[in-house]
Each structure stands twice: as structure tokens, then as C-alpha cells.
Design a protein around this ligand. Structure first.
Ligand code: AGP
Length: 615
């Protein structure tokens, strides 16, 4: 949600900034802009559309802009004010002294605006951001050009969430940053400093990154980055080394990042299992500092997340319940958990899952749980992210950077780590039998090969997607361990194919949704060979009797399934609890190829942002 890139050094600033913005396109945006310091003045270019269009606009700027060695850029995901060039960032103060980009929402922007307007300041945009820009210019003037003091006063005056990146006209080579609520990362490679919303934008230059903390400011100069508290006092800061390679953020031979990331899932599984198991025993890495014996006093476990991460926690709950039905286990959507009166305290373990580690609702939910004295664990894919820094016990999922907006490999990274964490917790509680541990770890170890086998049959799924892409919409149905899959399958279809898709526990169809069925609404039924096969097939029959085309995902060898459906895709057999690991892959491919047939913008679907950093 909004991408920021700042640069001050010796290279061509426009090239560095445009490249950084391109790397962050996946965050979701509708317009973009850049401000470059050229020959003592600041030159702006803004567009509605893609970064490639901004690059064309930059080529038309005065020739001296090619020599600019500092600047800031932004991709905007509109919140306040329409999608227009005027509303695109960077914003410039009326006196021309301040130019600024922002990610977040300034909640008191209306008050600031009316106060400044009554003092004669003329606003030209509809954005909340311009209020912070005009206010900073006033504070800078009032303080005789003391940037430190003006920044401190600005941060104290703003309410809401912000990552602000700023240039002052009369301070060459300097870029100022401030962070509260929205992510911002800075870096220095010896001759230049950078800042961005997302670490992937900086990996071409350095892997040593400074993640700004809540209430932190930074001053970037070509030779160093300095950090301060909002009150202006200096702050010592250690860099974090991110071991992601640049290749990981490259599309390589693939048409889309999403397709590349789907294919990487066997490797994600292998790495996760190898890292956290020894033969048939679970062994969470040394970095995981949840004290042994903690489960003796835990009475309830809460899983809290949003979107796909939430569906990953449903998989974990199913596994936990199937192994230990005594423990009170709940799954909560973070946007609700943060406002409900949920039980907490030192007999409660809350597990927060967020691939980005920056989702505003998940962060707020974690803060609430910590305030209640609940023992909190986070699972995230981004080292140094806010959740990693704020939650005392963190496990890093090993998915590598995910660029496609639709989560795929991070789901697999999460469910594999959650499965191992569940085993660790139950072992600590003394309720996991050695048999179950060995059975599940053995099952996990066989998964990469099984996923590879499904990938080798991608053409079958592609043909099914082509056949069903003219559907008016989809119903995804299944029972128990397949319910999270129905949700994830439907979400993928909605996100990237924009086709109406509902997810239902199969037994719920008769209670209302079946009224919608006709020959244009395809039912995707997940019917693995478990004790619930017959029951689910009965639900499938009921749908078939209402003329709905049926696409069935069944277990290999279950040839009778062919009698119940128009088409069947056979999935390899695995342990019951591990069925979601297998089932998600064909559903991802089905959504991917459907979206491809429909000509959708798969990696950057409309209206979506990769990480949802505002409430
Ligand atoms: C899934 O495809 C989406 N990108 C979305 O639902 C996502 O899972 C959700 O916004 C949560 O994000 P997080 O894991 O980064 O917290």
C-alpha cells in the first residue's frame, strides 16, 4: 500500500528511484511521482498509471535532471482524494521549501488544513498528506530553518499513521524520514543512502538494513544514516542483515511472479522441514526463544491473522484439535480480535501470523494481546518487520520474498511452520505421541515430491481453467481439513480472476447457498479419500441435481469419483492433517490459469495492495 523510495548519493537519482518504485509496484498503487533536486531547485513529475509511464515522463524533464543525485519517489494507493496527477505524491509546500511523500493516513489532516487555510495557506490537493507538507514548511520557517526541531514538532502534531520522506529545498544531499505506524527501511552502502517502504527495493545495493522503529526519525546523507527519536534525541541503531538474494526478487523465465512463486513451494517446504526437524523429531531453531515448559500453564491458544494468513491458521487449528482436543483453540480475524473482548492473560498463548509483518490489524491485535499479558508468538516472512520487532517470540517463515500480490508460497511457508510449531507446543504440553510426531514429520518430508508431481501435471489444470473460465462464478466446498482450502481457493479466484467465488463448508450448502446454483455456477468440490468422503459426495450430488457443473478434486485411485463430476483432478494421497498442503497447489494453479485466460493483471490485481498497512 503506497511505495516510497528515497536516494541521496552520487549516481543518477532518477534511475535508482524508478528502479526502487518498480520493485515495489506489487504493493499496489494507482499513480506515481518523483521529485529530483536539480541545480538548486526541485523538479516534480507525476502520472496516473504505472511506473513505466512515470519513467517516460522523467525522460521529458529538463536535461539537468539527469544529473540529479538525490530525490524521492512514491507510488500512491488512493485513500483521501481521487486518483489524479495533482493528488499523486510528492507534494510541495506553497513556499517551495518542502517536498514530501507519505504512506499512511494523517487522521487530523482536516484540522491542520483548516487552521493553515485560515492563515492564508492555499492547498492544491484533496489529500491528507498535503496538510503535513504545508505544516512542516510553516514549522521550518518559524524555526529559522532548524530541520530537527521542525521535524520533531511535526511528528508531535500529527495523529494517525505515517512513513514520511522529505527533502528541504535548502538542504542539499539530505533526506529526512519519520515513521509511526507505516513501514520504512533505510540503508547506506558507503557512498549513498536509501530509504524505501519495502526491503526488496534496497537489495540491489545492500543487504544491511535499518528498519525504522515506531517514533523514529532518520537523516540520510550520502556517507551515513543517523537516527533520532521524535523528540530529536539521537538513537543508536543496529542494522539487520537480510539474506534474500536479488534473484529471488526477479521473475526469471516466468511470465508472472505468481507462477514463479507457486513453483517454489516444494523448496519452501523442504527448507522449512530441514530447518526445524531432526530425523523424525521436531526441533524449532535456536532463535526461537519460547521457554520450555510454557505449555504446562497455557489453557487456551488463539491464532490471529488476516486474509490468506488467517486461512493458514485454520489449517493449524484443525491439526491442533485433531491431536489435542482438551486445549481451547480459537482462530480469530485480526480486525475483529483487536476490538472484541477476547480472553487473555498469562494462561493464553496468542499466535499472530503475517507474511509481511506490517498488516495494521494484525499489529494492533498483537499490541492488544501483549497489553493483556497474553504470551505472544509471531510468524512472519520478513526479518526486521514490525511484528518481528514488537512480538517477543518470533518464528521466521522461510518462503523468501513474495512479489505477487496473491499469496501462494507464503501460505505454504506458514502452514509448514505452523504444523511444526503445533507439534512443538503439544510436545511441550506432553500430549503429542512419538507416533504422531514421526507420522506427521514423515508425511511432511514426502510433500515436496508430491507437489512436484502436481506441478508436472499443470497442463491438466490449465485445460480445466480454460473450460471453466466462462463460469458466472464458483462455489468452493469441502469439509473439515478442506474448509480452509475452500476459502483460500475462493480468495485466489476473487483476487486475480475477479470472478464471484464463495467458500462453504459442504454441509452448509443446503442452508441457503444452494439457491444460487444453476448451470453457469461451477462447484469446485474438495473430496479427498477420508472418513468424510461419502458425506461430501452427497453434498456434491445435491449440487449436481441443481444443474451446477462439478469440478472435483479427489484422491488418486478414487475412480468412483468420476461418476459424480464433469471433471476430476486427482491429487496424491497424504496424511489426513496434511491434505491442505497438497490441495492448495491445484487451486492456486486453477485460479492462476483462469485469470490468465481472462487476461487479468495477475501480479498486480486491481484495487489490491500487497501489505495492508492502514486499518
Ligand atoms: C492474499 O492473497 C492476500 N495478499 C491477503 O489476503 C493477505 O494474506 C492479507 O492481507 C494478510 O497479509 P499478511 O500476511 O502480510 O499479514
Amino acid at each position: 500500500m503506497c511505495g516510497i523510495m528515497g536516494y541521496t548519493g552520487k549516481s543518477q537519482a532518477s534511475a535508482v528511484i524508478l528502479q526502487g518504485l518498480a520493485k515495489q509496484e506489487y504493493r499496489g498503487y494507482d499513480s506515481a511521482g518523483i521529485a529530483l533536486r536539480c541545480d538548486g531547485r526541485i523538479v516534480n513529475a507525476k502520472i496516473v498509471g504505472r511506473v513505466a509511464e512515470l519513467a517516460r515522463r522523467v525522460r521529458d524533464l529538463p536535461p539537468e535532471c539527469e544529473c540529479a543525485v538525490s530525490g524521492i519517489g512514491h507510488t500512491r494507493w488512493a485513500t483521501h482524494g481521487g486518483v489524479t496527477e495533482t493528488n499523486a505524491h510528492p507534494h510541495e509546500s506553497s513556499d517551495g521549501m518542502v517536498v514530501l511523500v507519505h504512506n499512511g493516513i494523517i487522521e487530523n489532516s482536516r484540522d491542520i488544513r483548516s487552521r493553515l487555510e485560515s492563515e492564508g495557506v492555499r492547498f492544491i490537493t484533496e489529500t491528507d498528506t498535503e496538510a503535513s507538507c504545508q505544516l512542516l514548511a510553516k514549522l521550518y520557517r518559524e524555526r529559522g530553518g532548524d530541520a530537527h526541531s521542525a521535524m520533531s514538532r511535526l511528528t508531535a502534531s500529527l495523529t494517525g499513521a505515517f512513513a514520511l520522506v522529505i527533502m528541504f529545498l535548502d538542504r542539499p544531499d539530505e533526506i529526512w524520514c519519520a515513521r509511526r505506524g507505516s513501514p520504512l527501511v533505510a540503508a547506506n552502502d558507503g557512498g549513498a543512502s536509501y530509504c524505501a517502504s519495502d526491503p526488496t527495493a534496497l537489495l540491489d545495493y545492500t543487504h544491511d538494513l535499518f528498519f525504522l522503529e515506531e517514533g523514529e526519525m532518520a537523516l540520510l546523507k550520502p556517507l551515513a544514516c543517523k537516527f533520532f527519536n521524535f523528540d530529536g534525541s539521537p538513537r543508536e541503531k543496529e542494522s539487520v542483515s537480510l539474506n534474500w538474494s536479488n534473484v529471488m526478487t526477479d521473475k526469471g523465465r516466468h511470465e508472472h511472479f505468481m507462477r514463479k512463486e507457486i513453483e517454489e513451494q516444494p523448496d519452501v517446504l523442504r527448507l522449512t522441514i530441514d530447518t526445524h526437524t531432526v530425523v523424525t523429531t521436531v526441533a524449532m531453531g535456536r532463535d526461537f526463544n519460547l521457554p520450555r515448559g510454557i505449555m504446562k500453564k497455557i489453557r487456551r491458544v488463539q491464532f490471529v491473522a488476516c486474509g490468506t494468513s488467517h486461512y493458514a491458521t485454520l489449517v493449524a487449528r484443525d491439526m491442533l484439535e485433531s491431536l489435542d482436543r482438551e486445549l481451547d483453540t480459537r482462530v480469530e480475524v485480526a480486525s475483529e480480535y483487536r476490538y472484541r473482548d477476547v480472553a487473555g492473560g498469562d494462561d493464553t498463548l496468542a499466535i499472530f501470523v503475517s507474511q509481511s509483518g506490517e498488516t495494521a490489524d494484525t499489529l494492533a491485535a498483537a499490541r492488544r494481546a501483549r497489553a493483556a499479558g497474553t504470551c505472544c508468538v509471531a510468524i512472519t516472512n520478513v526479518r526486521g518487520s514490525t511484528i518481528d520487532r514488537e512480538v517477543p517470540h518470533t518464528l521466521l517463515s522461510l518462503s523468501g520474498p513474495e512479489i505477487g500480490v496473491a499469496a501462494t508460497k507464503t501460505f505454504t511457508g506458514q502452514i509448514s511452520l505452523l504444523a511444526l510449531l503445533v507439534m512443538w507446543l503439544l510436545k511441550d504440553r506432553g500430549t503429542l505421541s512419538a507416533n504422531d510426531e514421526a507420522r506427521l514429520i514423515g508425511g511432511l518430508r514426502s510433500l515436496p515430491t508430491l507437489l512436484q508431481e502436481i506441478l508436472s501435471r499443470e497442463d491438466e489444470i490449465k485445460a480445466l481453467a480454460e473450460k471453466y473460465s466462462s463460469s458466472r462464478g464458483f462455489f468452493f466446498i469441502g469439509r473439515r481439513e478442506c474448509v480452509p482450502l475452500t476459502m483460500e481457493g475462493a480468495l485466489k479466484m476473487k483476487e486475480i480472476a475477479y470472478l464471484p467465488s464463495e467458500a462453504y463448508a459442504a454441509g452448509e450448502m443446503k442452508h441457503g447457498p444452494i439457491a444460487m446454483l444453476d448451470d453457469k455456477l461451477t462447484v469446485v468440490a474438495l473430496v479427498p479419500d477420508t472418513d468424510l468422503r461419502e458425506k461430501t459426495l452427497s453434498n456434491v450430488e445435491e449440487c449436481r441435481a441443481r444443474s451446477a457443473p462439478i469440478l472435483l478434486f479427489a484422491t488418486e485411485g478414487d475412480l468412483d469419483a468420476l461418476d459424480f463430476a464433469n471433471d476430476v483432478f486427482f491429487m496424491p494421497r497424504t496424511e489426513r492433517e496434511l491434505i491442505p498442503f497438497i490441495g492448495v497447489l491445484p487451486l492456486q494453479l486453477f485460479a492462476y490459469h483462469t485469470a490468465r485466460c481472462l487476461g487479468r493483471d495477475i501480479d498486480m490485481p486491481r484495487n489490491l495492495a500487497k501489505s495492508v498497512t492502514v486499518e
